[in-house]
Design a protein around this ligand. Sequence first.
Ligand SMILES: Cc1ncc(COP(=O)(O)O)c(C=O)c1O
Length: 358
Amino acid sequence: MRKWNFCAGPAVISEAVLEEVKSELLEFKKIGASIMEISHRSKTFMEVAEQAKNDLVDILKIPKNYDVLFLQGGATHQFSMVPYNFGHSNGQADYVLSGTWSKKAIAEASKITKVNIIASSETKNFSYAPDPKDWRVNQNSAYVHYCPNETIQGVAIHEPPDINKPIISDASSVILSEPLDVNKFSLIYAGAQKNIGPAGLTIVIINRDFMELGNQQIPNILKYSEHSSSNSMLNTPPTFAWYMAGKVFKWIKQCGGLEYFREQNHAKASKLYEFVDKSSFYSNHVDIKNRSIMNVTFFLENDQLDTAFLLEAEKNGFLNLKGHRSVGGMRASIYNALPLEGVEELIKFMTYFESNNG
Ligand SMILES: Cc1ncc(COP(=O)(O)O)c(C=O)c1O
């Protein structure tokens, strides 16, 4: 039996998508094999790949002067691919430090280019995100990199910054949660395993003019322009994950697109934060203006009860609520495929646990 799954990633996938994939698993469209077992250059797979790309372009209203790449290596690979491509021009790049993932991006970029940390919330334990108004952008930097949703701390920067510089966003845990003005960015990357599909696929949305500025002296596998000119088939792409992402994109469209998910996701997050704020048994430590709509962190006032909470939650059908080991407490990741009902049931369980242990 499937349970309410609050995993931060790899995360819940819609049951409708899984059912459809199941029905096609042994044989895809009468070709005598599954989609996993055929060439990525076959007409059948090329059609699947192109349809997925077109649907993503539709959903996010990606302008024509951008390309969409379907890569491997996870968002972590982008931590180095970005500076390898763009860190050479001017030899420096601006980074915002707002949580664990931006810290990792900075560590990797520092091996490749000079990194300026232009704003940081580290001394406040990443309990808020530096406001773009306060970022000390350098005139000579090649780009500004930030993470709009820090998955581990549950800290978000909700509005794209208004900065006259190429902006690069690690949107791994927030992409497709609501509409996004792609024009504000030169490059957006995201590991698939939250709102897009299974792990193994990384989406890159890149402005074509910006892409042309990329360093040509690096290996092809690292060059955005090579991946783009080969339609993300420079080498064998993650075909099954790509196919599944296509199913998720169709499902997003059928549900009503990103406007629908914006409404749903804000409703889910508001309900949960409201409940936590009212309680003296649970608490959330993130500045209200920076609270994530995808990853809701919360703590039990008495952390001696953490283990009991998690055990009982699991017994009652709520999976993966443990906070990241570096932060402790709890985290409910409430991505697109986790319905409002799941959050309502979680609140009922949290109320019940409080009444038995408060
Ligand atoms: C915001 C963010 N960036 C980067 C990563 C790293 O992604 P991957 O494991 O796909 O390399 C994650 C993973 O959860 C993430 O949440």
